[in-house]
Structure formats: C-alpha cells, structure tokens
Design a protein around this ligand. Structure first.
Ligand code: ZN
Length: 181
C-alpha cells in the first residue's frame, strides 16, 4: 500500500501499489490535453488531431488498465474563480477516491474536518444510473473542497450556482447536511 495526497480535498488516502495517480494541474484545453495523453500512451500521432472532446470545459479524469495497473490523471481548466477551480479539482479527486473504493475515508474526513455528515452508501443506493452516482458523489466532493478551504459561507454561496447537469441533485444534499450544523 502507498499513501496518496489529494490537495483539493486536503486528505491522504491509501491505495495498493498497483495504483498510480498524477495531478497534471491546470491545462489550457481539456481536449488537447487528452489528445496529448492518448498520443503518449499509444504513440499514434492521429490522436493529436482528435477533436471530439475539444469543447469540454471541466476537468477530466481518465483511467487505464493494463497489466493489472490502474493509472489515474486529473487536469482542469482555470476559469479564474478560485472557488470553481478548487471545486473542479475536488470533483476530479473524488472520482479517483470513488474509483479506488475509498469513499468511507472521504466521508470520515468530511465529518471530522467540517462536521458535514453524508452517508455515501445510503446516498448511492438512491441514485438510478451509474453515471449519476459517479457525478453526484464527485459534485459533493467538490463542494467539500470549497467548504474546507474557503469556509461555510463560501460553499453556501457557491452551491447556489449550478455548474453541471448534476448540481441540482448534489448541491441540495450538501446544503441540507451543512444546515444541520
Ligand atoms: Zn465528473
């Protein structure tokens, strides 16, 4: 096992040695960065000209399995609002936490650091699709990142903005838990 630091969530998680994780930081274009990574991975120069995802504005993770190894990379745009950069980054880190099955660590961290108590297991049972499960949990992680770094007033204000198609489902869950404090 090894320890991986997640900077936006401000926590460490332990993962098997076969898992690698890289935070590429802020990039100019999500699509161009994905193309670059695909080119590096495959050696196929055609990857560099793939324009299918060039309109993405949010950070993206990708996941690759080869010889029993799991590789994760996260990267995101800087839209000059510090709340949304940290939220996007926390969102992507949460995708990673979810994928390596460490949501219980995140749940503990949320409870002990800011007092927000959300039971992910119960929440996941109530969500219909796999994609919605992934995205709603990631949105909650993003809000926690804003909360932990900038405080409860910042996260209240920020969660009024619906940044993704899942925000209208995730944000009220976070706000409800926050209002219980
Ligand atoms: Zn996502």
């Amino acid at each position: 096992m090894k320890k991986i630091r997640l900077d936006a969530l401000m926590m460490d998680i332990k993962v098997p040695d076969s898992v690698s994780y890289v935070d590429d930081g802020v990039v100019d274009s999500i699509g161009a960065h994905e193309n670059f990574l695909n080119w590096k991975r495959t050696g196929d120069p055609e990857c560099l000209f793939d324009k299918t995802k060039l309109n993405d504005v949010a950070g993206t993770t990708y996941f690759q399995k080869g010889s029993g190894e799991y590789r994760f990379r996260i990267f995101y745009l800087d839209d000059s609002d510090p709340n949304s950069v940290i939220c996007t980054r926390g969102h992507e880190e949460t995708h990673f936490v979810h994928a390596v099955k460490r949501l219980d660590n995140l749940e503990n961290e949320m409870r002990t650091s800011v007092g927000v108590d959300i039971n992910f297991k119960n929440l996941l049972k109530k969500i219909d699709s796999k994609n919605a499960r992934r995205e709603i949990v990631a949105e909650i992680g993003g809000l926690f990142a804003v909360h932990r770094r900038y405080g409860s007033e910042a996260v209240k204000k920020y969660s009024m903005k619906y940044m993704s198609e899942f925000s209208h489902r995730s944000n009220p869950i976070y706000l409800k838990a926050l209002n219980k404090l």
